[in-house]
Design a binder for this molecule. Sequence first.
Ligand code: NDP
Length: 374
Amino acid sequence: MTAPDQPAPFGGLSIDFSVDTSVAAPAAPPPLGGLSIAFAPDVATAPGGPGATAEPGDRTESKLVIVGSGPAGLTAAIYAARANLDPIVLAGSAPGGQLMLTSDVENYPGFPDGIQGPDLMTAFRAQAERFGTRIVDVDVDRVDLSGRPFRLWARGVEYRAQAVIVATGASAMWLGLESETRLRGHGVSACATCDGFFFRDREIAVVGGGDTAFEEATYLTRFAKKIHLLHRRDEFRASRIMVERARANPKIEIHTNTAIDDVLGDARVEALALRDTATGETRTMPIEGLFIAIGHQPNTEAFRDWLEVDAKGYLVVHDETNSRIDGVFIAGDVHDHRYRQAVTAAGDGCRAAIDAERWLEAQGITEANTLTAW
Ligand code: NDP
């Protein structure tokens, strides 16, 4: 799924607030209120190459570095920038968080007709940049939180901060089959918004029983001629309205008690080897695409050795947004496996930014009369 018309990375976006939507990639969802998206050159191929993420004069030191650029990280940036903290956001190489992989967002307040996930994150980013946030689309490789300034390394550049907000979110989980990995990009995907376009008039499957699976299946009806929703149990985690919407859609067929034992096909997905989890009976289902929608895991790699993690691997917060290290705050899905909503993550980012600002003031790092903007 590397067709030339696939959307470029979010990091290469520039935003044009005109009414001309003709430059949006064909697979891109309808823009927000006339907002169109122009794709600048990929940062990885820009002059200077992939290492050129800090030019002379670029800020690499700040009172506050925010790691992550989903709703939590960018909301924290909006608040921190308006409080004159000059934040740097280390946004990740796939910036924007999970909403970049989401189609219709119908429950984010303020959008009565819904909004596309990538459009929402484009607006978050523009708002953070408007107040002077520096956003760098790099993954943090390692950190040293043993003392201040805290040090973070990303693509060979060292960033220093007096306070850090960790808002690295969570990532899609995979089934763990060898064939699933081998055929990723050749019929196997975890992103209906990115890849649905390639399955026009095809018969495909979605695996999972939560809201993500039902949302993806419903979205994929725009393209595919038939979608099999495969779930290993006979009860769903998904909300009733999502299940009912899928049941009412003639293109979707729901198969309960159905596990995937293997993805079949050499160069491309051709079929699934399925097993009935109640009877053990096996069968083969010919399909041309498989979308994995079975949940998420928190992105804690760089921080695991420094911060506390719970049994599921999520970061542990103390006293609202604090971690066990003074000056290091936590926000969003990297600690929240209960709510996991864009709006709760955004709220969490706001709280972390307020806590960070108050903490910086208490340390005498910022003046008490900092222009607090909330
Ligand atoms: P969930 O954890 O809710 O669901 C994951 C599903 O995948 C479960 O049904 C689970 O099965 C199944 N699963 C997990 N591992 C495997 C495996 N190895 N093989 C087969 N099946 C597997 O994750 P979601 O991503 O669906 O949702 C996460 C959160 O985001 C939820 O709170 C959800 O409400 C929210 N959300 C909201 C949306 C909206 O409101 N528009 C859209 C998308 C998500 P089992 O049930 O047997 O454990």
